[in-house]
Design a protein around this ligand. Sequence first.
Ligand code: FES
Ligand code: FES
Length: 184
Amino acid sequence: MSELKKIGKKVDRTLASFRVNGAVHRIAVRPYDVLLDVLRETLGLTGTRRGCDMGTCGCCTVLIDGRPTLSCLTLALEAEGKSITTIEAVAGAEGLHPLQESWVETGASQCGFCTPGFIMTALAFVEEKGEPTEAEIREAISGNVCRCTGYVSIIEAVARAAADVARRKAAGTYVSPAAVAKEE
Ligand code: FES
Ligand code: FES
């Protein structure tokens, strides 16, 4: 808890604009509010999970201007005017994203708590790397923690999705969730 919260000092809020999954929201935020709270508490986007709340588990990962970012460590005001993509926007009009399909196919979710964070981290990665090695996948997801799966199925899911995204890109049929969120 911040010092200001502890001493109960009234802090002025700032009206800020946030583009989340393509929709623009004007929200009054305090200087110490973090993006995770704005997403979950103000906008009701609870797909982004609160795990450790201190930057070590990756559960709260979202994309900001296409880059995986820990929303528990990002001040809301830092994200003002940027394009934020959450797990809620990953499935498109054409159905599940290749990552979501591969997660289902490989059984990469057990309790599922970590899944949104892994998928948001992997999303930027599979859009960049067509045929990643296992070592590259391990490195890409090294900031995300899963207590259930042992990671083998997660690595397999990312590899399958990367190949699928590469195929769809080659065929000109791939639609990036982050690009859609930016344009809408
Ligand atoms: S909740 Fe943000 S890294 Fe764990
Ligand atoms: S599936 Fe349970 S923490 Fe990852």
